[in-house]
Write a protein that binds this ligand. Structure first.
Ligand code: PLP
Length: 451
């Protein structure tokens, strides 16, 4: 009974990232079932999940082999911790599997329960690394405006979302932000390649402003996700790598969205041609079936932590949770056996790119781009041949949210970040289903235009 659930929901459940008053008035949509790339709500309506839940259900819904792996592990050992020199078999097997699929500099992993906890771990780990080397002043971490690195105090501070900083007095000290490589918003008068170099130079400027001897690390998502699917120009990340190398600064790739195949490579940093020292992961590691996150720790950092010794006073009850690790092992087996990552690289990713380009001709779309199976388009009031000459809607018009509402009504979940409409469908999507998705998006753009 939808009404009864909604009533209970608004009576007792405070949802994340939600206007509680608004939700109480409208009532939540109740999702009850998933299969493949589709979801069903409590009214029996079927929707195409263009966001993979929250960018995480990479292998799609309804994989009974993951449920089976979880059930089996729960029967044998539902929990044990990995504090104080203890371990469990699935966590060890998963650590080895993650090392196998990660770039060669990664031979160690630190498990957490989420991506936010992974980024908290990064913050403490890079500071400990520099402390162990005797550089106790080298604690500043540079991040980017509009980045999303989680909701814990350190995660939200590392993130660059103004709305999050405004609540709770963030960021905490020792974190600095630079601009994001958003060509549509900031690249006027430059080619994409020129803009990529310029956006990377903001890092060098910030390093010099803070003092290179104080900067511990730079953190960034290979493709910024929640900030609006900001796909950087190809010149951006190699230049960021060059700058980090020049000043000896650690490079952290937040792979919580890009990891596990989203861009057609196991990790987004591989596509961007960089060699991070640390990589945060979560979401796609279990396809969201069970919470799990962590940090891949590269040799540069791991060797110091191990050789210098001493406790790392950090960890979570659910670090290396055996049931979550069993789910991850089965999820990775599916990704490997069904060659899903390769398909994103050679089949579904290129097909989405081609189809998304056809949406760019729509009168409401000023700019559209994609990378693997993540894509975004900007809704504009007036198109122009040169993207920077497009006329934007007034923010108060909430055109993105209006379009998102049509999508929902029309049987598709698409997210709005201001007037940028974004998608990240399950990686198991077929080319026929991409056609269906593009058709749904086009008809919603038509409705939004007509409105
Ligand atoms: N980092 C990135 C890039 C994310 O997109 C997210 C979540 O969306 C996080 C970190 C936080 O992960 P979690 O919600 O699992 O704490």
């Amino acid at each position: 009974d939808t009404k009864a659930i909604q009533k209970l929901d608004s009576a007792h459940y405070l949802h994340p990232f939600t206007d509680f008053k608004d939700l109480n008035e409208k009532g939540a949509r109740v999702m009850v079932k998933g299969d493949g790339i589709y979801l069903w709500d409590s009214e029996g309506k079927k929707v195409l999940d263009g966001m993979s839940g929250l960018w995480c259900v990479n292998v799609g819904y309804g994989r009974s082999s993951i449920s089976e792996a979880v059930y089996q592990q729960m029967e044998v050992l539902p929990f044990y911790n990995s504090f104080f020199n203890t371990t469990n078999v699935p966590a060890v097997q998963l650590a080895a599997k993650l090392v196998e699929i990660s770039p060669p500099q990664f031979n160690h992993v630190f498990f957490t329960g989420s991506g936010s906890e992974g980024n908290d771990t990064n913050l403490r780990m890079v500071r400990r690394y520099w402390d162990l080397l005797g550089y106790t002043d080298r604690h500043v971490i540079i991040s980017r405006h509009n980045a999303y690195h989680g909701s814990t105090v350190a995660g939200a501070s590392l993130g660059g979302m103004g709305g999050m900083h405004a609540q709770g007095g963030l960021p905490i000290p020792g974190i600095e932000h630079i601009g994001q490589p958003n060509y549509f918003e900031a690249g006027r008068g430059k080619t994409e390649a020129e803009f990529g170099i310029e956006a990377a130079s903001w890092l060098e400027q910030k390093i010099l402003e803070v003092g290179p001897e104080k900067v511990a690390a730079f953190i960034g998502e290979p493709v910024q996700g929640a900030g609006g699917v900001i796909i950087p120009p190809a010149t951006y990340w190699p230049e960021i790598q060059r700058i980090c190398d020049k000043y000896g600064i650690l490079l952290i790739a937040d792979e919580v969205i890009c990891g596990f195949g989203r861009l057609g490579t196991w990790f987004g940093s591989e596509l961007m041609g960089i060699k991070p020292d640390l990589m945060t992961f979560a979401k796609g590691v279990t396809s969201g079936y069970i919470p799990l996150g962590g940090v891949m720790v590269g040799d540069r950092v791991a060797n110091v932590l191990i050789e210098k010794g001493g406790d790392f006073n950090h960890g979570f009850t659910y670090s290396g949770h055996p049931v979550a690790c069993a789910a991850a092992l089965e999820n990775i087996r599916i990704l490997q056996d069904e060659k899903i990552v390769e398909k994103v690289a050679t089949e579904t990713g290129p097909y989405l790119k081609q189809q998304f380009a056809t949406l760019a001709t729509h009168p409401l779309v000023g700019f559209a781009d994609s990378c693997g199976l993540v894509a975004g388009l900007n809704l504009v009031k007036e198109k122009a041949e040169l993207v920077h000459n497009c006329v934007l809607f007034d923010a108060e018009q909430n055109v993105g949210m209006i379009c998102r509402g049509y999508m929902f009504g029309n049987g598709m979940i698409m997210r709005a970040v201001g007037d940028r409409m974004i998608i990240a469908p399950p990686l198991c999507i077929s080319v026929q289903q991409i056609d269906e998705m593009i058709g749904l998006i086009r008809s919603c753009l038509d409705k939004t235009l007509a409105d």
